[in-house]
Design a protein around this ligand. Structure first.
Ligand code: AMP
Length: 183
């Protein structure tokens, strides 16, 4: 059976709180310790670099996908177990999701949200059945939870939209949610 792979979406920056980097490091480590593979955007900047270095340091496999035009800006991390260069952002997102069994989103910006919403909307359309988990470091994703509830409350999505997103307040919680969903 192929190795269980977790796609992590997260900031190309590290954000203002040290807890963001701490949790990114803990998640990268936990993925390796579990014997899982990290799938991510192959950058060596921000939380992306932090999570990847943590998985590597703990002896885990890494699978990164980056488009040509971001090789310089996001510092393409060529020492990953698998390093893939795509022509477009769309290909990058597709290759990342195709090669993962589950998705986790750490704190991040508009790029992370773009990736998250594609995974969520594709799940809503029945195009995949992969678990989607938010690592809610220091309540960072509170406004996103509020937005999703607001969308359902106003009749723009079925209540099932909320069931597609699981939320963990710590790396331990996220790992427990993933284990349950993937067992
Ligand atoms: P951010 O959360 O904005 O720091 O971005 C995190 C990652 O998402 C980075 O690797 C960005 O290159 C990527 N990203 C930014 N915009 C998009 C987009 N429109 N589609 C896919 N990925 C994106």
């Amino acid at each position: 059976m192929p190795q269980t792979s977790i796609c992590v979406y997260c900031g190309a920056r590290s954000g203002k709180k040290t807890t963001f980097s701490q949790q990114a490091e803990a998640l990268g480590q936990a993925i390796a310790t579990e014997g899982w593979r990290l799938v991510y955007g192959a950058g060596d900047v921000g939380l992306m670099g932090t999570v990847a270095r943590a998985t590597q340091s703990a002896g885990g496999d890494t699978f990164g996908v980056i488009p040509t035009h971001l090789m310089d800006m996001e510092v393409g991390k060529r020492d990953l177990s698998t390093f893939i260069i795509t022509e477009t952002m769309h290909e990058r997102k597709k290759v990342m999701l195709m090669n993962a069994d589950a998705v986790v989103m750490l704190p991040g910006g508009a790029g992370s949200l773009d990736e998250f919403f594609e995974a969520l909307t594709w799940r809503q359309l029945g195009l995949h059945n992969k678990p989607i988990v938010l690592l809610d470091v220091d309540g960072y994703w509170g406004p996103l939870k509020g937005l999703l509830t607001h969308i359902v409350d106003n009749g723009f999505a079925d209540a099932s939209l909320l069931d597609f997103v699981q939320i963990g307040g710590s790396v331990d919680e996220v790992m427990a949610l993933l284990r349950r969903a993937l067992s």
